[in-house]
Design a protein around this ligand. Structure first.
Ligand code: PTJ
Length: 241
């Protein structure tokens, strides 16, 4: 069903062909991880939500794949954290931005920056890929990205933004460059995050800071690699999972 949804969105010009390839890569990692949210992912999700609530200007960056897979979960997360959503595309065309904007609106995302927002540029990215909304990613202190290309995550962290990245592949440059890496499937992760936002949004700053604690992303990545290793090792011993 998920594949059919993406293929349909591809034929409608919402998802790009490269997005279908990216999805296959994600699925492969999700199979190995057992298609569930592991403890290390839930912990990164909690820290990301507490950080969003602590940030002055958090923004949820949405591309073609993320919009198609998780629009309703994004709507919930955005409304519970107060973080606006920006359509920000790697393969940017104004037509795709408008289509994804409409898709998000239809699925209940009320706070989406309009396609005609005032533009800004992220240094270190070529012209089309560096375009962002000035009142969105341009002035954000915290950006949540999902299913994202490595160049953009690196460019955002280089200019001092904190980036939480949902990416099933812990080897990817995005996973390696992010401040908080969420090795989990995008829709599942966003659903979990909306639930954490519901629980945390009444907390004061000190309680939120306690949740963030001394978060160390290297530890999260190590645990993700260990989980892959242990699933593979179990499979190699039993022949079944
Ligand atoms: O819509 P656009 O124009 O912004 O383009 C989007 C794509 C996905 C084409 C673009 O961002 C891209 O090229 O991404 P990459 O470099 O292929 O990286 C995507 C990463 O997301 C890979 O590491 C995949 O393993 C991972 N991934 C794929 N599907 C999921 C996922 N992670 C979490 N949940 C998924 N459903």
């Amino acid at each position: 069903m998920v594949r059919e949804k993406l293929v349909k969105a591809y034929s409608e010009g919402i998802v790009v062909a490269e997005g279908l390839i990216a999805h296959g890569r994600g699925e492969a990692f999700d199979y190995i991880l057992g298609e569930k949210s592991h403890e290390f992912a839930l912990n990164a999700e909690k820290v990301a939500v507490a950080s969003m609530l602590l940030s002055k200007r958090p923004v949820i960056s949405v591309n073609g794949n993320y919009a198609v897979l998780a629009a309703e979960e994004i709507a919930r997360l955005s409304s519970l954290t107060g973080a606006p959503v920006e359509v920000n595309l790697f393969y940017r065309t104004e037509e795709r931005v408008r289509k994804i904007y409409r898709l998000l609106k239809q699925n209940g995302v009320s706070n989406v920056l309009p396609p005609e927002c005032e533009k800004d540029r992220i240094q270190g990215l070529d012209s089309m890929r560096g375009i962002v909304c000035r009142d969105g990613i341009g002035s954000a202190d915290f950006v949540l990205v999902a299913i994202e290309d490595g160049d953009r995550t690196q460019a955002l962290t280089r200019i001092g933004k904190r980036v939480a990245a949902i990416d099933l592949n812990p080897f990817s440059r995005t996973a390696q460059a992010a401040s908080i890496t969420i090795v989990d499937e995008a829709a599942r992760a966003t659903k979990n995050m909306a639930e954490f936002a519901r629980r945390y949004r009444g907390l004061d700053r000190r309680a939120l800071q306690d949740i963030v604690g001394n978060y160390d992303n290297r530890e999260t990545l190590k645990l993700a690699f260990k989980a892959l290793l242990s699933r593979l090792s179990e499979a190699s011993q039993k022949g079944v999972l």
